[in-house]
Design a binder for this molecule. Structure first.
Ligand SMILES: N[C@@H](CCC(=O)N[C@@H](CS)C(=O)NCC(=O)O)C(=O)O
Length: 256
């Protein structure tokens, strides 16, 4: 567990998607930052598999404490019966092994390979675009920085709008996307959106005939990109992407 300061709350209540009761999978705790696309991806896997879980929201100020449960210092980290699994991809494979139904990984080797490649595209490329758009452009940061520090102290909430956009800008600069002009970034995002629309042409899901981890990983990043004004304009110009997002949302939203 993250030492004191984390906000514990329950995730999916019993009564899952399609009216089926959520499965009590011993005790699953998701240590998370609510606004992280990787945490959204894991929550959606848990919803899809109708697994009951609780959330441990980690305030940003407590982030150094994450190393106790994940030496890499990143979230999400899943705690299951005393075992900690970090990294959304590793968490996905762990959950698939323990709770195989309904699956998120295609059985066919070629489809499974494509699923992995698309997941990696989402996690390692699209992520930096969403970060650049949501947190480093002032008008978007105004909306998203308060979300990032929603579980933090009043002092951090007051300082965050002044400190965090610069810190995140430096991070995206190190990676590379942050060195591009906004015009270049938007051209890249439009190309990614077109590629996604192309992949979805004539199909309901990205890989094979069923929802897979590829859909969840790409959806989580595109949803964040759409959370920025400029990203929303690009995504909403692609009807196939919007329809697919509605499909993924309907299949993996938090059960009510
Ligand atoms: N590859 C990781 C990426 C996770 C990640 O980058 N998480 C961010 C939040 S979106 C984080 O914890 N950042 C804190 C840090 O880098 O110190 C995954 O799939 O889980």
């Amino acid at each position: 567990m993250i030492p004191s300061g984390g906000v514990a709350r329950t995730g999916a209540p019993a009564g899952g998607a399609g009216g089926v009761r959520a499965r009590l999978a011993s005790m699953i705790t998701l240590h998370q930052f609510e606004v992280s696309p990787f945490c959204d991806k894991v929550r959606r896997i848990l919803h899809w598999k109708r697994l009951d879980y609780r959330i441990q929201e980690v305030p940003l100020l407590r982030a150094p404490g994450i190393r106790r449960i994940n030496p890499i210092g990143k979230l999400p980290c899943l705690e299951h019966d005393g075992t900690f699994v970090a990294d959304s991809t590793d968490i996905a494979y762990y959950l698939e092994e323990r709770f195989p139904e309904p699956p998120i990984l295609p059985r066919d080797p070629a489809e499974r390979a494509l699923c992995h490649v698309l997941e990696d595209w989402a996690d390692e490329s699209l992520y930096f675009y969403e970060m650049r758009l949501r947190f480093t452009l002032p008008h978007n940061a105004k909306r998203w920085i308060p979300e990032l520090v929603h579980a933090d102290s009043r002092v951090l909430k007051a300082l965050a709008p002044h400190l965090l956009p610069g810190m995140l800008r430096r991070l995206t600069r190190k990676q590379g996307v942050g060195r591009k002009s906004l015009q270049q970034v938007l051209a890249d995002v439009a190309r990614h959106a077109d590629a996604l629309a192309g992949l979805l042409e004539g199909r309901e899901w990205l890989v094979g005939r069923a929802l897979s981890l590829a859909d969840l990983a790409v959806f989580a990043q595109i949803r964040c990109i759409r959370g920025a004004e400029e990203g929303a304009r690009i995504i909403e110009a692609c009807p196939a992407v919007v329809t697919w997002m509605e499909r993924v949302e309907a299949a993996t939203a938090k059960p009510v």
